[in-house]
Ligand binder design. Structure first.
Ligand code: PLP
Length: 473
């Protein structure tokens, strides 16, 4: 398998070449040259595999420059019961005849991002060792992504993490999750400012190519192809858990922000997993619902982006969306480039032609929106009916999933975080504290490790320089 850019650069790259990269050199996203089709015989064979073996089969279709035995060791180490809490790794819980929850949030940071990030940590370590290189991961976080990255990279050879977060603005739980890590290769940097200040510093340093090269700066952002690939696995897995044979079709309901999770669902469908609908749920930040309802993609300005009670879906634009548009335009890179490199920067929007929009509708997507009131009602309803607590993001997916589900087709709603991370909203909905996994009792009382800095790139840069030669690795 080789990888090309969505914006026309036809240079074909191997998996290990794009693994540690962000954007393609022409500013596009990396895509596989084609999607391997999984025929009935392979589906039948895969149905009975344990999670790590299924992951190996799917990864092998997209990764041909890491020996199968090495890849096998990596997936076994990643998808282990002691990391994900059960031998299933991703359990399926039936709610009623038509609707199930696909439980993706039992990793170390209690959110589905662990599933991809834990694999990425092991793949990065492997590839860096193979090359004899080191990497300094620089990121900004307001919560979920930063902690998932730190738990994936802690103690890894050849990798240091420098994670910027807005000082005093994360929940006590989120902050404790990150700051309690004592690993020498993890650096928590609390910035006196808001999330955008943190992100600006990362941008300044990443756009300075000289600094980027000399300090060996890399990222783990959601546009990384390996993250999407890791997520493809649980769509197959969920399908096998929910169905008896490979004739049945199912729908997936996905609470969406940057379009990473549902992009993986799209890839699974392109591989001919029997999918009826991909049900995309947004919160009040409904850029994507608007697109699927109208054919117009209009990114939001920061003052138009709402802070909601499902904060991991508070996006102004969806960073993986270009991948889907590329496929939906029949891989026309000229047109994709026109939309994303010309129209969007110039006008903040683009609109498909009626013919293009008609074509989009053949990809199985339907969409809907969920608000704060919907979220509370869904959390309450799920608690009353099943004595089950769900988090606000999962509630958005479940609400829209129920709305758009078809009789006779099972809907698998993706659980993307555990309620323990969002105590305030749970209390508002059902007037009680969320359960917390035993291993995290007393988290906020652990010793914390972080440094605080003003929001200035040159100070952060100096900190990196000072710590880049740590012998901790
Ligand atoms: C990141 C995240 C999402 C959104 O996923 P995307 O891949 O960005 O669409 C939804 N829910 C939770 C809890 C998340 O952390």
């Amino acid at each position: 398998m080789r990888y090309i850019s969505t914006r026309g650069d036809q240079t074909e790259r191997a998996f290990s070449e794009i693994l540690l990269e962000g954007l393609a050199p022409d500013g596009g996203l990396y895509m596989p040259t084609h999607y391997p089709v999984v025929d009935k015989a392979a589906l039948a064979k895969w149905r009975t595999l344990p999670y790590p073996e299924l992951a190996l089969e799917i990864l092998c279709l997209y990764v041909d420059d890491i020996p199968r035995d090495d890849l096998s060791a990596i997936v076994r180490r990643t998808y282990a019961p002691d990391i994900f809490g059960s031998p299933e790794i991703v359990p399926l819980q039936r709610l009623d005849t038509g609707v199930s929850l696909l439980k993706l949030s039992n990793g170390p940071t209690l959110a589905f991002k662990d599933i991809a990030m834990q694999l990425l940590g092991n793949l990065f370590e492997y590839e860096l060792q193979r090359r004899g290189e080191v990497l300094n991961i620089l990121g900004a976080t307001s919560g979920d992504t930063g902690s998932a990255a730190e738990y994936a990279m802690r103690g890894k050879q050849g990798i240091r993490v420098f994670m910027l977060s807005p000082h005093g603005r994360m929940s006590a739980f989120q902050q404790a999750q990150m700051f309690s890590l004592q690993d020498r290769n993890i650096h928590n940097i609390a910035i006196d400012g808001v999330f955008d200040d943190c992100q600006d510093i990362v941008k300044v340093m990443s756009n300075d190519l000289e600094t980027k090269r000399s300090l060996k700066i890399g990222t783990v952002n959601s546009i990384n192809w390996a993250r999407i690939l890791a997520q493809v696995v649980y769509y197959f897995w969920g399908y096998f858990q929910a169905t008896r044979d490979n004739q049945e079709r199912v729908s997936f309901a996905v609470p969406s922000g940057n379009f990473g999770n549902i992009c993986a669902a799209h890839v699974a469908r392109m591989m001919e997993l029997p999918v009826e609908h991909l049900i995309l749920a947004t919160n009040e930040n409904d850029v994507l619902h608007e697109f699927f309802s109208s054919g117009e993609y209009r990114v939001r300005k920061s003052h138009e982006t709402f802070e909601t009670s499902s904060p991991s879906m508070d996006i102004s634009k969806a960073s993986n969306f270009e991948r889907f548009i590329f496929d939906a335009l029949d891989r026309n890179a000229t047109r994709t480039r026109h939309f994303f490199a010309d129209e969007l920067p110039k006008t903040g929007r683009f609109r498909l032609t009626p013919k293009e929009y008609a074509r989009i509708r053949t990809f199985g997507f339907v969409s809907g929106k969920s608000t704060h009131a919907d979220r509370l009602a869904t959390i309450r309803d799920t608690w009353t009916r099943y004595s089950l607590m769900i988090d606000p993001h999962t509630a958005d997916g479940l609400k829209v999933g129920r709305e758009r589900s078809l009789t006779g087709v099972q809907t698998l709603a993706l659980e993307t975080a555990l309620p323990a991370k969002f105590a305030a909203t749970i209390r508002e909905a059902i007037n009680r504290d969320p359960d917390r996994p035993k291993s995290l009792a007393g988290l906020e009382d652990l010793p914390m490790r972080s440094v605080t800095m003003p929001a200035r790139a040159e100070i952060v840069k100096q900190f990196l320089i000072d710590h880049c030669n740590d012998r901790a690795l």
